[in-house]
Design a binder for this molecule. Structure first.
Ligand code: ADP
Ligand code: ADP
Ligand code: ZN
Length: 213
């Protein structure tokens, strides 16, 4: 199955896409993870996008589209993938439609009030990218990843001022994709506010009707 995960920052796209990836063996492709790795490794891409990520803006479409197009050409993505955080603009959705055909766009709905709580408590593993929350998903040992013993860190775009900029970018650029996919009968809306197992189960029980149409 070929899916994109939509939803505001903090909706649980990374959490649920990682659960689906682990449990069903589908590659999870996160543009945010790709950009953060590039920044950490100070690659050419990383130097280009560092200031944009820090300010909570969007990386230019042309650059983002080229990265995703290349990633989707890898052998592991020929049958199935989950794109986590792409597309984020109509131009990205149009480009994607030109080089791959989706089964569904899954929109995780979460109100703005919950988002700040989720993002300010988010902790991420430096090594494997696993996602924790100080209240809803604490690691067994504070500051240490359960999966790989890597150190957990706070994303520098999870501070309150930057979250506001990211939410603005979401409402202006990304939210219109809900209608765009709805018009193409590809939209699956999932309530992202209950606990992650409940959200995962809702996704599993609803996704079947989009497959093998
Ligand atoms: P979140 O899931 O919390 O919204 P992501 O990890 O998906 O955050 O993205 C982090 C940052 O990476 C974004 O704020 C943006 O700067 C950049 N980014 C990620 N995906 C895209 C995209 N599809 N288009 C443009 N910028 C992107
Ligand atoms: P996104 O990728 O959409 O930005 P994440 O998956 O990174 O969102 O989740 C944001 C924060 O909220 C993380 O700290 C994560 O542990 C927590 N979280 C995600 N989904 C849920 C959920 N269903 N219930 C409670 N907390 C959640
Ligand atoms: Zn880890």
């Amino acid at each position: 199955m070929k899916l994109v995960f939509l939803g505001p920052p903090g909706a649980g796209k990374g959490t649920i896409s990682r659960m689906v990836s682990e449990r069903l063996g589908i590659p999870q492709i996160s543009t945010g993870d790709i950009f953060r790795t590039a920044v950490k490794e100070k690659t050419e891409l990383g130097l280009k996008v560092q200031a944009i990520l820090a300010a909570g803006g969007l990386v230019p479409d042309e650059l983002t589209i080229a990265i995703v197009k290349d990633r989707l050409s890898w052998p592991d993505a020929q049958r199935s993938y989950i794109l986590d955080g792409f597309p984020r603009t109509i131009a990205q959705a149009e480009a994607l439609a030109g080089f791959s055909s989706l089964d569904a766009a899954v929109d995780f709905e979460v109100k703005d009030e919950l988002i700040l709580f989720r993002l300010t408590g988010r902790r991420v593993c430096k090594v494997c990218g696993a996602i924790y929350h100080v209240v809803t998903k604490p690691p067994k040992v504070e500051g240490i990843c359960d999966l790989c013993s890597g150190e957990l860190y706070i994303r520098n775009d999870d501070k309150e001022e930057t979250v506001k900029a990211r939410l603005n970018a979401y409402h202006e650029e990304t939210e219109p994709l809900i209608g765009w996919y709805g018009n193409r009968s590809l939209l699956l809306t999932i309530d992202g506010s209950p606990d992650a197992e409940t959200v995962y189960n809702a996704f599993i029980s609803e996704i079947g009707r989009f497959l093998r149409k």
